[in-house]
Ligand binder design. Structure first.
Ligand SMILES: [Zn+2]
Length: 85
């Protein structure tokens, strides 16, 4: 799993309840959506103290939107491929 730190914010971390640099990271996830396996990027916050990933409502909405877009692309790609066979 490759992770990329997009930015860090010094704030109260909801994971460990301490004030420190919370990283916003982007990682590659693979998930099953409507029976189709897709790989797409997802953003999460990361706490260095608890080594936990967490998200807020905005990130969650964003991640779901990216997942749906990736799903749509994959569906239209496989429809295109069917035309050639
Ligand atoms: Zn923390």
């Amino acid at each position: 799993m490759k992770e990329k730190i997009l930015m860090s914010k010094h704030e109260l971390c909801p994971s460990c309840m301490e004030i420190h640099d919370v990283h916003l990271i982007e990682t590659e996830t693979s998930t099953i959506f409507k029976g189709i396996k897709i790989n797409c990027p997802a953003k999460y916050f990361f706490c260095n103290n608890t080594k936990e990933f967490f998200s807020d409502e905005e990130l969650l909405t964003n991640n779901i939107q990216i997942m749906k877009n990736t799903y749509q692309e994959k569906i239209s790609d496989s429809l295109k491929n069917d035309n050639y066979s």
